[in-house]
Design a protein around this ligand. Sequence first.
Ligand code: SAM
Length: 213
Amino acid sequence: MAARYAGARPFARGYVRHKLRLDPVHAALLALAGPQGFGEVLDLGCGRGQTAVLLLLAGAARRVHGIERNRAWLSEALRAAPLGFVATLADLATMPALPPADTVLLIDVLYQFETAAQMALLDAAAVAARRRIVIRSMDAAAGLRGGLTRLGETALRHLWPGSRARINPLPILRLTGALAAAGWTATVTRCAATMAPANMLIVAERAGAAPPA
Ligand SMILES: C[S@@+](CC[C@H](N)C(=O)[O-])C[C@H]1O[C@@H](n2cnc3c(N)ncnc32)[C@H](O)[C@@H]1O
């Protein structure tokens, strides 16, 4: 699957290869999708699109709509993706509403927003998702693990200025509380790589939602 990025810049090729090899989120997503799949997916802050490519190639998504504000990364996603990927170049902080989808993904994105914008994006995801919302974020309340994860993210922000607008993780309980208030049931599991030990996966299901057709 990393071969789909053969035409990308060397850094992007290496990034995708290492990300796919080292980050447990990809196996977690495939397991979660199961034989039924995620249906139509909205991948918010899709970056270079490796999650979309993986889900489409594995048959775990029927279609993926990636929304991303970094033009260069979105171009790499579009070049690598198979049929079924559509992309929108946009700033999620200024989108009044999100298009509907069976599954909404927010993988390593929320903590880059100001607090009010995070909660607004979560609310918009809760309206857009027909069935499931999958979020990975670092837990601000995770003590030493939280501190280490924040340190790693801050280092990456200095290494690649512009890659992260801010590092503003909220306590996971605040996110799950907002989801519960919007009528979703959430489960939380650790989904952490060595460099980011406080990363948690929130899987929220809408009660009584029909499986994707
Ligand atoms: C750490 S990366 C994660 C990318 C991807 N979700 C993944 O799992 O590899 C965070 C992504 O969110 C995007 N992002 C951050 N703020 C955004 C905003 N306001 N609008 C759209 N995309 C944003 C960044 O450009 C970046 O691609």
